[in-house]
Design a protein around this ligand. Sequence first.
Ligand code: NAD
Length: 499
Amino acid sequence: MSTNPPQIPLFINGQLVQSNTQEWRDIVNPATQEVLARVPFATADELNAAVASAAKAFTTWKKTSIGARARIFLKYQQLIRENMKELAAILTAEQGKTLADAEGDVFRGLEVVEHAAAIGNLQLGEFANNVAGGVDTYSLLQPIGVCAGITPFNFPAMIPLWMFPMAIVTGNTFVLKPSEQDPMVTMRLVELAAEAGVPPGVLNVIHGGEAVVNGICDHPVIKAVSFVGSTRVGTHVYNRATLSGKRVQCMMGAKNHAIIMPDANKEQTLNNLLGAAFGAAGQRCMAISVAIMVGDAKNWMADLVAKSKTLKVNAGVETGTDVGPLVSQSAYSRVSSLIEKGAAEAKLELDGRTVKVVGYEKGNFVGPTIFSDVKPGMTIYEQEIFGPVLCVSFAKDIDEAIAMINKNPNGNGTAIFTQSGAAARKFQEEIDIGQVGINVPIPVPVPMFSFTGSRASKLGDLGPYGKQVIAFYTQTKTVTARWFDDSSASAGVNTTISL
Ligand code: NAD
């Protein structure tokens, strides 16, 4: 039965099913305020049904051959490529980012799917021959069971694809809880996964908010939880899910700094900085939100502001758009009020609140906004604004800049712009941040490496994708084996610890 607006289904045991809940939330186009669909906040019974379906599927899926698992992901990457334009269009409609950026969102997830297809070379144990006379020791990396993922609104394609492909290809089954703000592209990706051959029950989707997330944290059958989102919610998820014995990884909030050295290539640096600060309307966990101008680089302020004024603020579907709308009206209010606070704390060089977008007057638009002379202690420095707002600070030398970054509690990403190898190497060695860019503004690692945020930006030891996620989604079993030769003489009873 079709409804208007359409209702987003759950996905349980290979079937799209309508929720019985009484609690629904609108999915709204952030450029127009058009209601695109309604998403259910699923009931506890529905969560239990999704977990039960994943638990049942695990009994057979864990025994599936490596080749069979790999071939599903080979097919899946092909289907994602064939449907790229449709996926990007859904993503832009519900999230707001430009169509080109939406394709980037899908593509960075697609790279993880390609990596999953290489599982034959990834999930390998170790073998030591003759650890004692006639004794061998070897390790097996076995799947752990039902795993769950909880994802944020800002990368509704890439981040679900960080999670379920690697969990499933290592032999686990999965329950995904997408962001309630933009679950439509995630659902299309899940449908394509089923079309690629992921069997019923291996991948399930449950929608909702706090109650469903708490249900996942507490559920005795779920063995591991991967979370990406804000520091407040991630800390709660980590504490609650580890308390019930789960393996948990939480990638959380950020305040990413870039150091601009006076010897940097000015044109390239300013262009990179603007893209990293204002692209996706600043709603990236790896966005640069603080630029530290070292020494004479402070003289680049006027050019930075002038270039920022040339960026085109418009709906994500319009050609030539640089900066789309914020995801929701509440995000718009939060960012606007932080700009208001900042204007009383630092020098407001460019105010994006005045932007008008013809044809999209109701959209949640904030244009590029720049503050200068920003210092630790100010609200706009201490909080993650998650909007197109760049805070500029000044430092006399690289040591002062590094000290400022290391003092900030967050550890997600950072970058330096310089032509000096010595300065870059000093930065790489001394900076206490998990992901470091050298003339690369958003150093999100490709999938053969892992995402490695650190300090307050991460809880748990192992990051998503790359080698670390194989360890996250598997249990190491170490086997020590001796085979008796029937003709060998018995050595008798041995009560010592030796083999
Ligand atoms: P969020 O924390 O509000 O939501 C994340 C998930 O948690 C969603 O699925 C949501 O439904 C759920 N949730 C929300 N409130 C909850 C509550 N009270 N209890 C339990 N669950 C709850 O994050 P968001 O606004 O969707 O995403 C933006 C945040 O995510 C930013 O802080 C950003 O830096 C961070 N982020 C981090 C990374 C990273 O890799 N470090 C990547 C992307 C986004």
